[in-house]
Each structure stands twice: as structure tokens, then as C-alpha cells.
Design a protein around this ligand. Structure first.
Ligand code: ADE
Ligand code: ZN
Length: 352
């Protein structure tokens, strides 16, 4: 029999988180401090309810309003350093030893932040995680803003002195034809960066958006991907090709895609053998942490300690980090498993 993970396991397990947003990791307290600094009433400007962001949201757009309101107060490099340091400390405190944080640089540049100062502040802030915790950046484009936004983002990336490991597409699926981003995707290859797309989450046809992400942009990973539950051939393709899926259940429930975690497709994906990983997306905006997400995952799937370790190995394998970093992560996870008598035995959701 496999053992159920304890709270101690959830904390000590070296974790890999592939899908969360630095712009979505601004706590209410930090956003309120920044709003106050710029002479705004935090409660009103951030729509706080009992000190919290107004989750659950009525829609993705409702969430985006809250997210952009908080980001509107990240105006100078010191603000960004503060936000990045808070994020880095939160990852370190949870023993998330490797994270890939999406960063929409253009939000801040459009607000007047000077790019070199922005990257320098980011690096200073992320250093607060300490030497044992690595954080790579995935610089993303809000796809609704179109091809020019992607071109401007690419210019920023090419000039950046920052630990960038990937490029990504966020925002509303189908808002702009995906073919507008063919060059952006090609640039990721040219620069030796990974590529991930939020797909199967928003828009009028999230299934088609997933298929196009795979066929047209040949994405390395898919963020969310939950629409695949409605399309058996797509689900079979994901399993056959072991496409890494960055699943963020609380975020999906928080924007109303599913009424509760209990009916979220993560359980059927896990049983079907989808190569899924678990992430927290925009933690304070949904009132959760990575450890909360893993605890929920255990509750929903009955995952064992072996399964949890394997979930982190999947994250390490699908990471955009260099081979050396990935090998180190795998060995850290293996050491945890060995020291906790977790055997590499049959999984509920076999990795192929
Ligand atoms: N940007 C931040 N969070 C997002 C999400 N869940 N979907 C699309 N874009 C996002
Ligand atoms: Zn996301």
C-alpha cells in the first residue's frame, strides 16, 4: 500500500512549479502599500473584500481587472524589486526549489518603467529566494494586444540581462489569430528558449485553441488545457504525445470555469495518464498557495507520496532550464523520495 502524504511531506518535498505569474503574485498587503504610495484608496482601487482580492471572479475578464489594477501600482523599479522579493520568499518558504515565473514585461514598460532598470530590479528581488532556490522567467505576451506587442516584447527580451528561460502567450484565446505569433514562436527557438501557451482555458473555442497551439505553434507545453476534457481525440493525443500540461485547478474554479474543485477534470486527466503538473497560477488572486494546490490534488485524486514525488519529476523534466539544472532537480527529488522510503512504484497515472 502506498502512504498518504502528510503536511510534513507537502512542505519538505522539493517542489517544481512551472506555471505562475510574477504579475499575479502581488499580495493584497503589498498592492495596498503601493496603492497608498501613489495616493489611491487601496480598498477601492483593488476592490478588496475583507482585505482580500475579490475572488471568486465572475469571469476571466473580472479577474483580469483585479490583476491589472494591482499591477498599475508597480510603477518604478523599487516597486518591482519589492514584488519580486515577496514572490521569491514565498517560493522559498514553501520549498519550491525551482519555479518558472511568467512575467508580462510590457505591462510595466507601458506604464513607463525603463527596461534596463526593470530587469535589474527583478534580479535583485528574485535573489531574496536565496542560493538554493532557482527562478527562471517566461516573458509572456497578452495575445489580445496582437503581433506588435509580441514584437515589442521580443525587443525587450533580446536586450535583457535576466534569467529568461522561455516565452509565452497569455490573455484571451482566439482574440487574435494564432498565426500572428509564428515569428514570436520562431524567436524562442532561435534564442534557445522554451515556449508555453495558455490554451484550453478562455475564449469561444478553447479546444481549437489547444489544437492550433500544438499544430501551428508547436508549443512545448500548454498552460491549463482543461478544455481537453470535452474532446476525446485531443485528450488521447495529449496522452499519446505526453504533452506537458500546467494544470492550475483553483485558478480555473476561481474564474468560474468549473463550479468546484470536485468536478475539475484534474482527476480524469490524472487517471487517463496525461502528463500533468500542478501549479498555482496567481496565488493571492485566488487565495491559495502551491502547497494548497498539492494538498487539494491529494484530496481529489488520492495521490500517494510516490505520486507527489513523480509529479515533481515531471515538472523537472518539462522545465525550460538547462540539462544540468534539471538533473539536479531530479536528484533532489530522488533524495527526498529515498530518505522518506518512497519507492518508484506503479503510479495511478503512469508516466510513459
Ligand atoms: N494572465 C494571468 N493569469 C492568466 C490566466 N489564468 N489566463 C490567461 N492569462 C493570464
Ligand atoms: Zn496563467
Amino acid at each position: 500500500m502506498t502512504e498518504l502524504p502528510s503536511e510534513h511531506d507537502l512542505l519538505t518535498l522539493p517542489k517544481v512549479e512551472l506555471h505562475l505569474h510574477l504579475n499575479g503574485a502581488i499580495s493584497e498587503a503589498t498592492a495596498a502599500t503601493l496603492a497608498g504610495r501613489y495616493g489611491e484608496d487601496p480598498e477601492r482601487a483593488l476592490r478588496l473584500v475583507d482585505g482580500h482580492y475579490p475572488y471568486p471572479y465572475s469571469s476571466f475578464h473580472d479577474f483580469l481587472d483585479a490583476y491589472l489594477a494591482a499591477n498599475s501600482f508597480v510603477r518604478d523599479p523599487d516597486d518591482l524589486e519589492f514584488v519580486a522579493a515577496e514572490f521569491a520568499r514565498a517560493q522559498a518558504a514553501q520549498n519550491v526549489v525551482y519555479s518558472e515565473a511568467q512575467f508580462t514585461a510590457m505591462i510595466l514598460v507601458r506604464q513607463g518603467m525603463e527596461p534596463q532598470g526593470m530587469w535589474a530590479a527583478l534580479k535583485r528581488g528574485l535573489a531574496a529566494a536565496g542560493p538554493e532556490v532557482r527562478i527562471g522567467l517566461i516573458v509572456d505576451v497578452i495575445r489580445n494586444l496582437g503581433r506588435e506587442e509580441a514584437e515589442a516584447t521580443l525587443r525587450l527580451v533580446e536586450e535583457a540581462d535576466a534569467p529568461i528561460v522561455g516565452l509565452g502567450l497569455t490573455g484571451v484565446e482566439g482574440s487574435v489569430p494564432i498565426t500572428e505569433f509564428v515569428e514570436f514562436r520562431a524567436a524562442a527557438r532561435r534564442l534557445g528558449l522554451g515556449f508555453t501557451i495558455h490554451a484550453g482555458e478562455t475564449g469561444a473555442d478553447p479546444v481549437q485553441s489547444m489544437v492550433e497551439s500544438l499544430d501551428i505553434l508547436e508549443t512545448d507545453r500548454i498552460g491549463h488545457g482543461v478544455a481537453a476534457v470535452r474532446d476525446q481525440p485531443l485528450l488521447e493525443r495529449l496522452v499519446r504525445d505526453q504533452v506537458p500540461l500546467e494544470v492550475c485547478p483553483s485558478s480555473n474554479v476561481g474564474i468560474g470555469l468549473f463550479p468546484t474543485l470536485e468536478v475539475h477534470p484534474v482527476v480524469s486527466f490524472w487517471t487517463a495518464g496525461v502528463n500533468l503538473t500542478i501549479s498555482s497560477d496567481d496565488p493571492p488572486f485566488f487565495g491559495i498557495t502551491m502547497i494548497d494546490e498539492l494538498r487539494n490534488f491529494v484530496r481529489l485524486t488520492g495521490a500517494s507520496r510516490d505520486d507527489l514525488a513523480e509529479l515533481q519529476r515531471r515538472g523537472a523534466r518539462a522545465a525550460f532550464a538547462g540539462e544540468e539544472v534539471k538533473a539536479r532537480l531530479l536528484s533532489q527529488i530522488d533524495s527526498w523520495a529515498d530518505s522518506n522510503n518512497v519507492r518508484n512504484e506503479t503510479l495511478a497515472s503512469p508516466a510513459r
